[in-house]
Every structure is written in C-alpha cells, then in structure tokens.
Design a protein around this ligand. Structure first.
Ligand SMILES: [Fe+2]
Length: 210
C-alpha cells in the first residue's frame, strides 16, 4: 500500500466519524417545556392573571375562527349552481382573511405568555360552532351556516373585547375590535346580500308578456 493511499484511508475514517456527528437525531421525545393553560409571563406590563384570562378567551375565539376558516374552504370546494364562480372566489377570499385572523389571534396568545390551540382535534373539542355534515349542501344552506358562525364569533368578540378593555388589556381589545369584529362584520355583509330574494332577470311586478 502506497503512502498516498494510507493518507486517503485515514482521511476517509475521519470523514466517516464526521458524518455520524452530522446525522439528524430522530424520534426524540421529552417533557413539555410549558403545559397548556399555564402562563410563561413576558415583560409586557400586564398582570399574569389578566394575561391568563385573555389567553383563555382568545383560545375560544381562535378555535371558532379556525372552524369558520375551514368552513369557507369546504364551501369553496363544494359550492354548486349558477353562482358557482362568484361564490367559489368569494369563499376563498374570506378563507384567506380568516386565516390571517387565526395567525394574529394565535400570536397574541403566545405573546401574552399562553399557548395557542393548534391541532384540529383540539379545535374540534373547543369550538362552539356546530359540526357540519361531510356531504355537499345547497348554496342557501352554506350561506346560512356561515352567517350563523359569523354571528357566534361576533357575539363572543364583543363580550371579550369589553372584558379586555375593563382589565386594561388594550392590545387584546384592539385585536378583537379592529381585526376580528371589523373583518367578520364585513364578511357578513358580503354573504347576506346573496340571500336577498330579488329578481335575477325580470322584475316581479312586470307582466309576463311585456
Ligand atoms: Fe381553490
């Protein structure tokens, strides 16, 4: 064996050792660093009890907002009929706006020192919005269900905004009023106008022959 070859063998062994170190360590488990429901307080000039109360309320709004967001995608996919194109697009727009709210609510919970709900099974256990059938429903039913979900969230948001304001949690109050309430109100308008029973082609008072 040449000296050159020996050198390459030694260097190969070194490389092999280095590769071991670079391999990902998989299948790791360990205790949680913060249990759900406990506050890891940050220096934001708010009392821990206020943070805990806001966190609990925001997690309820979060679970309901995630459910409404997912309702929009279900209806985006399953909508049928002459208004398919406009509702298919509108439902996806509202889905995107609800998804932005989800992120804003979840991140407010985290900065309050809490833990935001995240996984579908936990959201399903928490939401107050009734479970939908898996099958396809007609447009008026889709719109009615969406309006009911919006109103449930709006009622919660009004109550929780007042509680946050009285407790001095201005950031939570602002999020609920400026983002959650304003977005949901606007979306209600865009949905509700589709349920006004106006003539599409002929004015009802016009005679059949005219
Ligand atoms: Fe799509």
């Amino acid at each position: 064996m040449s000296a050159k070859h020996d050198k390459r063998s030694a260097s190969y062994n070194e490389l092999e050792a280095g590769t071991k170190q670079a391999r990902p360590i998989q299948h790791q488990r360990g205790p949680e660093i913060q249990p759900y429901g406990k506050i890891a307080k940050l220096p934001i000039a708010l009392d821990e009890k206020i943070c805990a109360a806001s966190t609990e309320n925001l997690n309820q709004i979060l679970a309901d907002t995630m459910t409404l967001r997912d309702m929009y995608k279900k209806h985006h996919w399953q909508v049928a009929g002459p208004t398919f194109y406009q509702l298919h697009l509108l439902f996806d727009k509202h889905h995107g706006e609800q998804d932005e709210l989800v992120d804003q609510i979840a991140e407010r919970i985290q900065l309050l020192g809490g833990i935001s709900l995240a996984m579908a099974a936990d959201v399903a256990e928490t939401t107050m919005i009734p479970r939908l059938p898996r099958g396809r429903e007609p447009v008026p039913v889709q719109l009615s269900r969406l309006l009911e979900a919006h109103e449930l969230i709006l009622k919660e948001a009004h109550t929780m905004a007042k509680i946050a304001s009285e407790a001095g949690d201005d950031g939570t109050n602002d999020l609920l009023v400026s983002n959650v309430i304003r977005t949901n109100e606007l979306q209600v308008w865009f949905l509700a106008e589709h349920l006004v029973d106006v003539p599409v082609v002929r004015e009802k008072s016009a005679s059949a022959g005219s």
